[in-house]
Design a protein around this ligand. Sequence first.
Ligand code: CA
Ligand code: CA
Length: 117
Amino acid sequence: MFGASAPAAAAPGNGVIEYGEFVLWEHSNYGGALYDSNGNLANYSGYFFVNSGTQLNDRASSIANYHQTRSLRTYQHANYTYPYISVLPYGQASGNVSWAYYSLGSFNDNLSSHLFF
Ligand SMILES: [Ca+2]
Ligand SMILES: [Ca+2]
């Protein structure tokens, strides 16, 4: 796994993993290009992995939450529409729910929005 930088001024979409961010990777096992987001995103359409020509929508294959206190859900459809994957705060895991997923099963190349709680 990757470490995170101090949250001095977390900047989304800069390709640097910082605390407070939800990170999506193009490939499983946190591989390929990534997109780092520090807020809710209702529709991945129109976004691209950082320094990549690959669209973010329906392309993520692994994910991790670097927010230390907030959980989130990432959804198969835009506008926070079910089904979703539950993601715990940074470093936490409980049963099948974790802060990071190295592969996404049926959600692979299907995620389209995410919402922090
Ligand atoms: Ca960042
Ligand atoms: Ca992918």
